[in-house]
Ligand binder design. Structure first.
Ligand SMILES: O=P(O)(O)OC[C@H]1O[C@](O)(COP(=O)(O)O)[C@@H](O)[C@@H]1O
Ligand SMILES: [Mn+2]
Length: 634
C-alpha cells in the first residue's frame, strides 16, 4: 500500500497537511447505515437507500425548522429521493413563470440543504460526492451566500443561467444525489443481497454506484459467488431457488444465462407437481407455470444427485446424514431417514437409478456442464461478483463493531467449534479466515470444480458449522417430499440462544480482537419474528433482518429493520412494508414507522474515535517525526 504521507516532504507541505488532518480528527463521525437480507427486493431497498433510513427527512426538518408545512417538507424530501420522477411531475403541473419560480425556490432550498448536510465533512470530501460536471457551479453556490450583499447578483446570475441554459434539471438530479450520499456516508450490507426477490442485479448496480460500501457475505450471496466460481452445486441450488420463486428471468434476461438445455430436459422427464409450482406466480399463464414446475423438479433432482459425491469425498464436512437419494425404497414410495420410514409425497425420481442414485444421466451432466460454462462466462455476473469479492468478506470489524451475516458456530457451552481439515481444526475467527481464503482461491480458479476450495463454497451455503448458515441441516429434500413436519426442522446453532447473553457477546467481540465495552455484534440472516426484539444482550447484539423479503413479511409483520450509527449514537429504524415506487411517489409515503434509540453518546463522537481516526493519527505521527527531522536539519 502506498504511504498516504508520501506527497508531503517540505516543511510548508507537512505543516499544511498536519493542520488539515488534525482538523478532520475533530469533525463529527460520519453516519453509517446497516442493512441486511435484501433478497432481491430492489424497490424497497432503493427507497431506504435514497431516504437514508429516514435520515434525509430528519435533516430537512432540522435545516428548515419552522419554515415549512409538513406537506412542503415531504415534497422537498421526495425531490431528494426521486429527483427525476418529481421533476417529471412538476413539468406536467407547472409552466412558464410558475415553473421558473419553482426552480428559483428549489435551487435555493437544495443549496441550503446541501450546505447543511456538508457541515460535518471537509470541502474535499464534499467535492468528491458531487457530480464532476457541476462541481464548479455547486461550490460557487455553496460557498457564496445569497445573504452577502456583494455576492447577491453573482449568486442569482448562476441560478438564472442554470435555468436559462436548460441545465437546471440535471443540476437538481446531481445535487439531490449528493445530498443522499452525504446524509449516509457509509453503507454496510450484512449479507443476502440475492435470492427470492426479483432484482438482485439492480441492487448490485445501486451499490456499485455508491462510494463507501462494504458487504458481509450471506449464505445466498455465496451461491452466486460460487456460480461465478464454477461450482456445479452452487449453480444447481441457485437455479432451483430462482425457479421456486418464479425468478428465472434474472438468469436469462439479466445475466444472459441460457436455460434452454435445462428446459428441454425438464420437458422430457417431468410433469406437473404441486410441490414444485413456483411461489408468487399468480400473474403468469398456466403454460408458463407448468414449464417452471418442470424446470424446478429437474434442477432439484440434479442438486440432490450432485450432493452425493461431494458429501462422500469430504468426510470432514460431517454431512453423511444429508445423503438422501440412497435412502429411498426401491419403488420410491417411501424413505428411511431421521430414524423412521416416511411415505414420499410428490416424488419425481424418474431419472434416479436405484442402483446408482447419485449418477447423473448424460443429458443432466450436459445441462450442468452448459450451465457452469454460462455462469463462468457471464460478463455481468462477473462484474457484480468482482464487486462482492473486492468489497466483501466473511466478517468485518468496523468502528469497534463486529458485522457477521449468520453466526460464530459454538457448542452448547459456548465454545467455538468448526471444521477439521487436514488435521487442523478451525474455529472462531480462524474458521472465518480459512473459509474466506478458500473462497477467494475458488473464485480465481473457476476451472477447478471439485477441489476443496470449491466444495467449501457449498459448505458455506449449507454445512452444519458454516458461519453463514448456522443450522445443523438444510432440510430442502424433506420439505419437498416428506409431509411430517418434524423432518423439516433445521436446528439452529447454540449461538442463537446464547446471543441473548451479554457475557457471550463480549466473548465474541474479544475473540475478534474488539473492545467488548465499545463494540456490538451486528447480525442479519434470521428474521425477527413479530413481537420479538432485535436488540439483545444488554444492547450488545443487534439483529437487523426484519425482512425486506416479501415472502417473509408474514413472519415479521414489518418491512425490515435498518440501523443507523451517527455521531450522536445508534438508532434502530423499523420500516413498514414497501408497496411500490409508484405508490410511494403518488402519495409521498415513506416507510419509516419508528426510530428506537439503542445508545446515545454522552459526548458527540468525532472522527478521532473511528477506525479512520486511528489511520489519520498514524499519519499525523509520521508527519510530525518528518517535520522534527527537517527542523533539526535547519
Ligand atoms: O423459504 P424457502 O424458500 O423454503 O427456504 C428455506 C430455506 O432457506 C433457509 O432459511 C436459508 O435461507 P436464509 O439465509 O434466508 O435463512 C434454509 O435454512 C431453509 O431450508
Ligand atoms: Mn441468510
Amino acid at each position: 500500500m502506498t504511504d498516504p504521507t508520501a506527497p508531503y516532504q517540505t516543511i510548508p507541505e507537512i505543516t499544511t497537511e498536519l493542520i488539515n488532518l488534525t482538523a478532520i480528527m475533530h469533525l463529527p463521525k460520519p453516519t453509517e447505515a446497516f442493512m441486511s437480507d435484501i433478497h432481491g427486493e430492489y424497490n424497497a431497498f432503493q427507497h431506504v437507500l435514497r431516504n437514508g433510513s429516514g435520515n434525509v427527512l430528519a435533516k430537512i426538518r432540522e435545516c428548515f425548522h419552522g419554515e415549512m408545512t409538513e406537506t412542503t417538507l415531504k415534497e422537498v424530501a421526495f425531490l431528494v429521493y426521486y429527483p427525476k420522477e418529481r421533476l417529471q411531475a412538476r413539468h406536467k403541473q407547472l409552466h412558464g413563470d410558475e415553473l421558473n419560480q419553482w426552480y428559483l425556490t428549489t435551487v435555493q432550498r437544495l443549496v441550503r440543504l446541501l450546505a447543511y448536510t456538508a457541515t460535518k465533512y471537509t470541502r474535499s470530501k464534499v467535492r468528491k460526492a458531487m457530480a464532476p460536471a457541476f462541481v464548479y457551479i455547486t461550490e460557487e453556490l455553496l460557498y457564496n451566500s445569497a445573504d452577502d450583499a456583494d455576492k447577491l447578483d453573482y449568486y442569482w446570475a448562476i441560478i438564472n443561467n442554470l435555468i436559462a441554459l436548460g441545465q437546471v434539471d440535471d443540476w437538481i438530479i446531481a445535487t439531490a444525489t449528493t445530498i443522499q450520499h452525504l446524509t449516509v456516508d457509509h453503507i454496510h450490507i450484512v449479507g443476502d443481497i440475492y435470492d427470492r426477490g426479483p432484482a438482485p442485479d439492480q441492487v448490485m448496480e445501486a451499490l456499485i454506484k455508491r462510494q463507501h460500501v462494504d458487504i458481509q457475505w450471506g449464505n445466498h450471496d455465496i451461491l452466486w459467488l460460487g456460480g461465478a466460481a464454477g461450482s456445479p452445486l452452487c449453480i444447481a441450488n441457485l437455479v432451483r431457488i430462482c425457479a421456486r420463486y418464479n425468478n428465472l428471468g434474472i438468469l436469462e434476461d439479466r445475466y444472459g444465462i441460457n436455460l434452454r438445455h435445462l428446459a428441454r430436459l425438464a420437458e422430457h422427464y417431468y410433469q406437473d407437481n404441486p410441490a414444485f409450482r413456483p411461489k408468487g406466480a399468480d400473474a403468469i399463464s398456466a403454460d408458463e407455470r407448468l414449464e417452471i414446475t418442470k424446470i424446478h423438479q429437474a434442477i432439484a433432482i440434479i442438486q440432490f444427485k450432485l450432493e452425493g459425491p461431494v458429501i462422500k469425498r469430504r468426510p470432514e464436512f460431517e454431512m453423511q446424514h444429508r445423503l438422501m437419494l440412497d435412502k429411498l425404497s426401491n419403488d420410491r414410495s417411501s424413505i428411511f431417514c431421521h430414524g423412521h420410514r416416511y411415505p414420499i409425497e410428490n416424488g419425481c425420481f424418474q431419472t434416479v437409478d436405484a442402483s446408482d442414485p447419485y449418477a447423473l444421466l448424460p443429458e443432466e451432466a450436459q445441462v450442468i456442464e452448459q450451465l457452469v460454462k454460462a455462469f463462468t462466462h457471464s460478463e455481468k455476473l462477473h462484474r457484480h461478483m468482482d464487486f462482492l469479492v473486492a468489497n466483501g468478506g466473511m466478517y468485518l470489524r468496523y468502528n469497534h463493531n463486529l458485522l457477521i451475516h449468520g453466526c460464530v458456530p459454538v457448542d452448547a457451552n459456548g465454545e467455538f467449534i468448526g471444521l477439521t481439515i487436514n488435521g487442523t481444526t478451525y474455529a472462531g475467527r480462524q474458521l472465518f479466515e480459512m473459509l474466506e481464503a478458500n473462497l477467494r482461491l475458488a473464485y480465481v480458479n473457476p476451472k477447478e470444480q471439485a477441489d476443496l476450495a470449491t466444495d467449501l463454497l457449498w459448505y458455506l451455503w449449507t454445512g452444519p458449522h458454516s458461519p453463514l448458515f448456522g443450522k445443523h441441516d438444510m432440510t430442502t429434500f424433506e420439505r419437498y417430499f416428506i409431509a411430517a413436519p418434524e423432518t423439516h426442522e433445521e436446528h439452529p446453532n447454540a449461538y442463537y440462544h446464547l446471543r441473548h447473553e451479554e457475557g457471550f457477546v463480549r466473548k465474541l467481540l474479544t475473540a475478534f480482537a474488539l473492545d467488548p465495552d465499545l463494540g456490538h455484534v451486528i447480525n442479519g440472516h434470521t428474521p425477527v419474528k413479530k413481537g420479538k426484539s432485535p436488540i439483545m444482550a444488554n444492547k450488545k447484539m443487534l439483529v437487523i433482518d426484519g425482512g425486506f423479503s416479501r415472502p417473509y413479511q408474514k413472519t415479521t409483520g414489518i418491512g425490515g429493520y435498518t440501523l443507523l450509527d451517527n455521531s450522536y449514537g445508534m438508532q434502530l429504524v423499523t420500516h413498514q412494508p414497501f408497496v411500490s415506487k409508484q405508490e410511494a411517489l403518488a402519495h409521498l409515503t415513506d416507510i419509516i414507522s419508528t426510530k428506537r434509540v439503542v445508545e446515545t453518546e454522552a459526548k458527540r463522537r468525532t472522527v478521532a474515535e473511528t477506525d479512520i481516526g486511528v489511520q489519520l493519527n498514524a499519519q499525523i505521527k509520521t508527519l510530525k517525526a518528518r517535520l522534527a527531522d527537517l527542523q533539526g536539519m535547519v
